[in-house]
Design a protein around this ligand. Structure first.
Ligand SMILES: *Cc1c(COP(=O)(O)O)cnc(C)c1O
Length: 372
């Protein structure tokens, strides 16, 4: 009996890391003079964190944006020169590790500030921090109304040094009026903080903010989605972004079903004629969303767009391959790629591209491959 040492996966993600690096350079051109936090949280938006940060490290962003300590450690262990930056507030259990690191991080409350200050004092360090401000997002940061009191409090914490100010935009992609007011509010806050602190980093914009607005007081941006080839808003830069991800899955079975035969749970699809049906080895357990059931969604097989049929099951989906007579078990179907756009899957399921990408599950191995 032959032992299989290396089993070939039924479904996998291919990432073009050079395309991500290209998209980072597009973000840089769209935000001239700004430093970059290249956002790589959530497994680099599903692309495979390690292979992405190893490639982007060569582009020398200021930081890699991550969501928690576990992701920061993965960046660090990947051997990058670029330091992680924790984008949101921390829980108390995380702070000892953060205070002992050289990572960038924010403070959003006096409780956080006091805790970091005492951890820093214990080790005789002065910790650089980014002051997070809530200028409209309602998720993190000090409220502008509390800023004076906050700065006063921070004066008594010599083991903390405010080197950055940051905030986040809730409607950069859909409400220009609110966003302009928010930018002004942010500018006021920045000038108040600048009276007390030597500011090295000032940042407000993620991808949509970066593409839609110029923010003169900022010298840093935090692009995420656009690095992965999806533009959150139409802009002059959108066409320059290159696709970065392919999702592929193996055909496991091909048969001809008679007319009026149900396909998948619920029998919500019935064949209208004798139909060649392929079973494909991917399902909602891989992040191919169950909400894609019975929608206008296609698989690309031998260059032909084949409609997917019926409900998505946990590990398998079905496609009409009547137009692809040569298809065999073991052939690969493409489900996301340059012709099968993430934006389309998002609209079909009533969600957003971020959700589709970050939902791609851990069962899918991530490989690096150039799409050119
Ligand atoms: C996720 C995140 C980003 C990146 O947002 P995109 O819309 O994907 O560009 C930027 N800043 C913060 C604080 C985030 O949490």
């Amino acid at each position: 009996m032959r032992v299989m040492l290396d089993c070939s996966p039924r479904a996998f993600v291919e990432t073009d890391v050079d395309a991500i690096a290209h998209n980072l350079r597009v973000a840089q051109q769209a935000a001239p003079g700004c430093q970059m936090i290249a956002v790589v949280k959530a497994n680099a938006y599903g692309h495979g964190l390690e292979q992405v940060v190893r490639r982007l490290d060569a582009e020398h962003p200021a930081f890699f944006g991550v969501a928690n300590v576990a992701e920061a450690l993965r960046v660090q262990n990947a051997g990058c020169v670029t330091r992680p930056f924790l984008l949101g507030p921390s829980i108390p259990e995380e702070r000892e590790v953060i205070a002992a690191s050289d990572w960038g991080f924010t403070i959003s409350s006096l409780e956080e500030a006091d805790h970091y200050a005492s951890l820093a004092a214990e080790t005789h360090r002065v910790l650089p921090v980014h002051l997070a401000l809530d200028t409209g997002m309602g998720r993190e940061g000090f409220l502008p109304a509390d800023l004076s009191a906050t700065m006063e409090h921070l004066k008594h914490l010599p083991s903390l040094r405010v080197e950055g100010v940051m905030s986040h935009m809730p409607v950069a992609d859909e409400d220009e009026v609110f966003s302009r007011v928010q930018i002004e509010r942010f500018e006021h806050c920045v000038s108040e903080v600048a009276l007390h602190a030597q500011l090295r980093y000032v940042h407000l914009a993620a991808s949509a903010g970066l593409l839609n607005f110029s923010i003169p007081c900022a010298n840093m941006v935090r692009p995420g989605l656009m690095l992965y080839g999806v533009s959150p808003v139409p802009s002059v830069w959108s066409d320059q972004l290159r696709p970065t991800l392919r999702l592929r899955a193996a055909v496991t079975l091909v048969r001809t079903l008679p007319a009026n035969h149900g396909v998948s749970y619920g029998r919500c699809f019935l064949s209208t004629r004798p139909m060649r049906v392929a079973t494909i080895g991917i399902g909602y357990a891989d992040g191919w969303r169950r909400h894609l059931s019975c929608k206008q969604v296609f698989a690309l097989i031998h260059g032909v767009l084949c409609p997917l049929l019926g409900r998505v099951t946990m590990d398998q989906i079905m496609a009409d391959v009547s137009a692809v007579p040569e298809v065999r078990a073991g052939d690969f179907a493409e489900l996301i790629g340059p012709l099968l756009r993430i934006e389309h899957l998002a609209t079909q399921t009533g969600t957003i591209p971020w959700d589709i990408l970050t939902g791609l599950g851990p069962r899918l191995p991530r490989f690096s491959r150039s799409f050119d």
